[in-house]
Design a protein around this ligand. Structure first.
Ligand SMILES: NC(=O)c1ccc[n+]([C@@H]2O[C@H](COP(=O)([O-])OP(=O)(O)OC[C@H]3O[C@@H](n4cnc5c(N)ncnc54)[C@H](OP(=O)(O)O)[C@@H]3O)[C@@H](O)[C@H]2O)c1
Length: 293
């Protein structure tokens, strides 16, 4: 296949599986990264690499010269200012460069919540503005509104202890990044996936604590208990230690407590294939891939 896709965020937790799946499915893949040496260490020489930053329009323009499509999966900061400057303005810069280079498909990763209602949270506001900018751009787009990923669970373990933040009563149909990557690749192959928004929801509805407990049972059977830390405590520690990441984490967990998963994945499942990997299967794959067994 001659189609080349520029993957912005290919070194990220959710962008890397997409870059790998695209390659597997015969696309040429160009990795756009601020640090090409680090990206090359993480990925391999089957990818093409280009140094770039979404805040620098010239680098996106050059990177896109020979690309048919873009996959945009970027995480760009912790404060409202950073989210707007890096994620939103970065997307606008990329849209403008894509127009100049006649890009034929622009895939964007968003989140499966009611964004209008959730606008109080800066990340949701940025996703909503980004979706609108892309839908109004005239470029054939595919938006993926994804629920929470299994890939978040390992981050809930620190120093041999597992914890969730806040009460988190809401149910999420967690999904694996590999299942999502297959959907993205398929969407690049189908004309019918153009100018559509797809909800990405996994096979089973679980609270964060239920999901984490299932993950622990398989990957960390030595951890018997999941503790719960209050959101206020995390926010307090973040404030007194001037830790922006921790402060953002507290806000993010408040967001997950207040907002519910949203959307219907029927069309996604029919056109792009359903996300069938269960938390148990995903956790077993983690062990197999790490060579722990
Ligand atoms: N986690 C979830 O459950 C979930 C659910 C739905 C949607 N999402 C969305 O998924 C997206 C990706 O998340 P992730 O966890 O994969 O992120 P991540 O692991 O933190 O990766 C961030 C990526 O962004 C790139 N990046 C950051 N600033 C950049 C810049 N200025 N120019 C170019 N690239 C830049 C980094 O590339 P380099 O460092 O190589 O430059 C890196 O590849 C986020 O937008 C998130 O909101 C996540």
């Amino acid at each position: 296949m001659n189609k080349k896709i520029l993957v912005i965020g290919a070194t990220g937790k959710l962008g890397e599986p997409v870059a790998r799946q695209l390659l597997k499915d015969g696309f040429k893949v160009k990795v756009f990264s601020r640090n090409v040496n680090k990206a090359k260490e993480q990925l391999d020489d089957r990818f093409e690499y280009v140094r770039g930053d979404v805040s620098d329009s010239a680098t996106i323009n050059t990177a896109l010269e020979d690309c048919w499509g873009i996959h945009f999966s970027l995480r760009g900061g912790f404060t409202t200012e950073e989210l707007n400057r890096v994620e939103y303005q970065g997307l606008v810069n990329t849209i403008n460069a894509a127009k100049k280079n006649d890009v034929r498909r622009f895939v964007f990763l968003s989140i499966a919540v009611d964004l209008e209602k959730a606008r109080w949270f800066p990340m949701a506001d940025v996703k909503l503005k980004s979706e609108n900018a892309l839908m109004n751009s005239g470029i054939p787009y595919t938006i993926f509104s994804a629920t929470s990923f299994y890939e978040n669970f390992p981050q809930m373990i620190r120093s041999g202890k597992a914890s969730t933040i806040g009460k988190q009563p809401n149910l999420w149909r967690f999904v694996s990044a590999d299942d999502f990557a297959k959907m993205v690749s398929k969407s690049f192959q189908l004309d019918q996936a153009a100018n559509k928004k797809f909800y990405v929801l996994g096979p089973e509805a679980l609270t964060i604590k239920e999901g984490l407990s299932k993950y622990l049972k398989i990957v960390h059977p030595e951890i018997k208990k999941v503790s719960s830390v209050s959101i206020g405590m995390i926010a307090f520690i973040g404030t007194v230690t001037f830790n922006r990441e921790l402060k953002y984490l507290a806000e993010l967990m408040r967001f997950f407590e207040r907002e519910k998963e949203y959307g219907d994945s029927k069309e996604t499942d029919e056109l792009l294939g359903a996300a069938r990997t269960t938390i148990e299967q995903w956790a077993k794959n983690q062990i197999d891939n790490s060579g722990l067994n």
